[in-house]
Design a protein. Sequence first.
Length: 294
Amino acid sequence: MTQSADLRGALPAPLAFIGGGNMAQALIGGLLASGADPTQLRVSDPSPACRAVLADLGPLALFEDNAAAVVDAQVVVLAVKPQVLGPLLEALAPTLHAAHTPPLLLSIAAGINCASLLHWGQGAPVVRAMPNTPALLRSGSTALFATAAVSAAQREQAEAVMAMAGSTYWLETEAALAAVTAASGSGPAYFFRLMECMIDAAVKQGLAPSLARALVTETALGAARMATQKGADPAALRVAVTSPGGTTAAALAAFEAGAFPALVETAMAAAAQRAESLAQELGAEACRKQGDQA
Ligand SMILES: NC(=O)c1ccc[n+]([C@@H]2O[C@H](COP(=O)([O-])OP(=O)(O)OC[C@H]3O[C@@H](n4cnc5c(N)ncnc54)[C@H](OP(=O)(O)O)[C@@H]3O)[C@@H](O)[C@H]2O)c1
């Protein structure tokens, strides 16, 4: 695993986005804030409403037609829902290969593996990235995996794009993406669920809902800030705030009695297994079989 350096100099131009929804808008917002030339950013999306939102971000080149957006692009970010990616990419492949050098395909679609992307993209180099929802605030964590044909320069380009959404980390195996999905991809929802439970419990103990919400969410933010400081260790932080026989110890003992660590492990295993089964359901092989049956 490697973590990103400042890669703004490696930003690809032109850079195309297929799909201009939430994630594309977050990345484009980061690119513009970093001084990227908006005229080098191309986005295709079938939705006029989505294109209107994008037009408000800056003088981007906007398209209804995906093929028009990718001409001459160095990197094509695939920012559509996983279900539409296969047919979209198959339709786009001739345009990608008409270029002197096929662009790098940077897929952020959850659950679509490299084998399927290489198949649909007819061998164009592929990087898979798994961002998470805090990317919308540019506080995300993204793990990336590059296929063999990706050059060092293309790795830097992919990382430079995803760094617009927060921290970036390279993986040595694609298989690790399932664990990444379970940890950071789905992870924000676990913390949201814990916050919900804590807010509900605080209200039951008599706090006003607005106060319970403020206290719990600010505590989550403060704890996350402490845990992400250089050299910080969550276990050491927990021990430091847990006096023997005190209130925190009483709460943590209840967590242990309810097998909280085992429950978290089971939940994350379920997420990783679902990531793997989605790859089977949505991948090129499954689409081919569906086509054979039609
Ligand atoms: N949001 C996250 O936190 C997050 C985290 C990790 C990974 N991801 C992945 O990121 C990808 C994008 O997610 P998102 O949240 O940005 O989705 P989104 O907001 O729904 O954006 C996708 C956009 O693609 C458009 N689109 C649909 N079909 C298209 C086509 N054939 N050609 C071009 N554009 C098309 C959609 O238009 P319509 O709405 O009109 O269909 C929509 O505007 C997904 O694959 C998701 O798995 C997202």
